[in-house]
Design a protein. Sequence first.
Lengths: 337, 171, 359
Amino acid sequence: MITESILLLLLFALIPLIIILIYALFAIWGERKVAGFIQDRLGPMRVGGWHGWAQSFADLLKLIQKEDIIPANADRFLFRLAPFIMFAASYAAFAVLPFSSSFIGSNLDIGVFFLLAITSLLSISVIMGGWASNNKWSLFGAMRSAAQMVSYEVPTIMSVLSVIVVAGSLNLMTVTEMQSGNDTLGFLPNWLILQNPFLIIAFVIFFISILAEAHRVPFDLPESESELVAGFQTEYSGMRWAMFMLAEYADMLLLSLLGAVLFFGGWNSPFGDFMAGPAWGFFWFMLKGLLLVFVMMWIRWTLPRYRVDQLMYLCWSILIPLSFLNFVLIALWEMIF
Amino acid sequence: MSLTTILFYLFALLTLGSATFMVFSRNIVHAAFAMMFTLLGVAGLYVLLYADFIAATQILVYVGGILILILFGIMLTTQGFTSGFKTLTVNLVPGIGLALLASAGLIYVFVSSPWTSVSMEAPKTTITEMGMLLMHEYMLPFQVTGLLLLVAIIGALLMATKISHKPKKDS
Amino acid sequence: MRNIVKKGWSTFRTIFTGMGITIRHFFSPAVTLQYPDEREELPKIARSKLFVNIDDCIACDQCVRACPVNCIEIDTVKATADVDLGRTSDGKQKRMWVTRFDIDMAKCMYCDLCTFPCPTECIYMIQDYEYSEYDRNNLVYNFSNLSPEKIEEVTRKAEEDKLQKEQQAETETVTTKPGKTAKQTGSSSAKSIPGAKATSGAKSIPGAKPKTVPGAKSIPGAKPKTVPGAKTIPGAKPKTVPGAKSVPGSKPKTVPGAKTIPGSKLKTVPGAKSVPGAKTRTVPGAKTIPGAKPKTVPGAKTIPGAKPKAVPGAKTIPGSKPKTIPDAKQIPGAKAKTKSGVKKVPGGGKGSQKPNSEE
């Protein structure tokens, strides 16, 4: 009985893991392709035949074979622990995402709140890795990362809260379900972003904030290679580094999927009942999330990096007041209409 | 033994073990990270009590906020983070006395309380009740807390804005 | 407030402008060349690798002297009278066995300077750029097509021939000078000189003959001498360029079938120092000359390393004179020639002085 339930649990838990792993492999390859195309190059072309699709597998094989180097003066235990905590935090957050109308890891009432809470572990793990490396670049990166993530959590939460006010539930499944149907202006899908003009502003704030939370350009200060080598992961190599990488990409997907749930109707098909269903739901959900991921990559190769003070200025002086104001306006809009 | 029981012992062990480590650790940064596990273990225990909102708040506020503040405080105020911090045992007698007093009080409360068993029925929703309470019965404290936090945030914004204006003027 | 809105608007406008540019590039075709699978055709004038068509080489040595980094090495053996080496594709008579023609592509800097002086256009750049090697020594390309045995044979023959000639010369008493020169210049130069004598048959102008005969070869040498640099060169040749080249060079001055040529050379030379190109133009008479002049000039002036001794000597002239003296000894007639040359020379300060001093 117990073993059965545990097995079932593990099986359930394995589904997002598989999704993350497959996604990460192809996202890394995809990012390099996007980078290549945007720069009029081709990107990886040689591994696996068609457009080098197996490049990430080759990289993974290489990383597995690499020597596991721990700096002599590093804090060995914390150094080893940090990547796992980081990945665990990213992975745990997938539990509350409704992948399709019939699959959600854990249908929590506090869904999105849990997601935001568990991702705050990311900054702790970053500090842990940066401190344990006993390297100035790592520590700088970790400090920047922590400050950045803590700061940008505020506008993220405020914009999420705006959606929650409109949707009336913290449960992401409920939020998704209330976005089904094509009633807006008669033909548009009932996605939240189309229902309230202020939610568009909320989405912009949300997107900027998740860029910062996922350490993406133009907010990639924690690992800005031109200043900090690789930030908090400077001393990591081999599979530990791969773990960090995996966690980062998982985080990116997680936040993009969250954006898809909150603003773009999650697993709802854009064509109403056409192409709807559990499998199609999964397809639409991933498509929306991956589109946001693509936009993140696109922005990465467009914009330069912010300076630290600009980063903080943007957050505290612009995004946070704006998100508060926007929150009030959304509440008013909901009261009136 | 049900799965819940196993999980309870797991979380309890995690909480107690990391708390012990935190108290006896000679390295203050290790102590801080041990505290993270303590807080996580407590959050797990909250979940087992169907208080998932409290658990998430615990993680968000304590792990994601306060603990990071503590770590920042440790790392930014001293330069000894590479050599490890020395934790000294001082004021042994008053400390032991205080601890004994506190445990005596706790034991007294534990013994004298009329404990009743509540059925472990899983509630349908965990936050609706709480929302109702906050918005009706405890409206005033809730609003006052909100106001306080708003003032704090505005103060933070003001400070941040002032600081970030300086380089602008230079340019 | 208005400012904030304006600023915010311009922020987003610029961001979207940038994103528009990047997305346009995202969909525009890549410029990448998938190198091992696809190769770009190099232009015809691409400088990738030197190639020598050894069948056309007359061993004039001009490419060697043109090379700023000394990556070309040529050894030659004078062909004996009984052998006909044939003609190059443009009709020049070949008179030398090219026993060694090595080009060190590891040293080569692809300046292409060696290809222009070549009178037969047998050295040129080809488009093959994929010749990396694991061992640097593999980058030394041997273009000589003679087998070791053949080289041995040819060398032996040339030696014998030379010996014979020397004996002949001794008997004729005039030969002492050439003997000296031979000693100074070294075997190869010695060889060529005797050869020259043999052809010319004239004892008095043995040096001259060889130069004139080989045409290209001799001329280059001649030019150097005539050139103000040449003055230095004579000295230089014995010391630095023991090779036949230097030797013939000395002769040419004296010899040069055309006195006018030397004269022109001399004149041009002063200018030549500054502009080698000018020299070549002035001495159209000899194809080799253009090449020769540049070579000698740079050689003397620019490549002190090689001829350093000669150069300083040249400036001081007296030092150089001793060197040149052998030449003088060799060919009294040469002196006369030099005189004539000198007259014209005056234009070149150094040049004029030297001849005078010689006199």
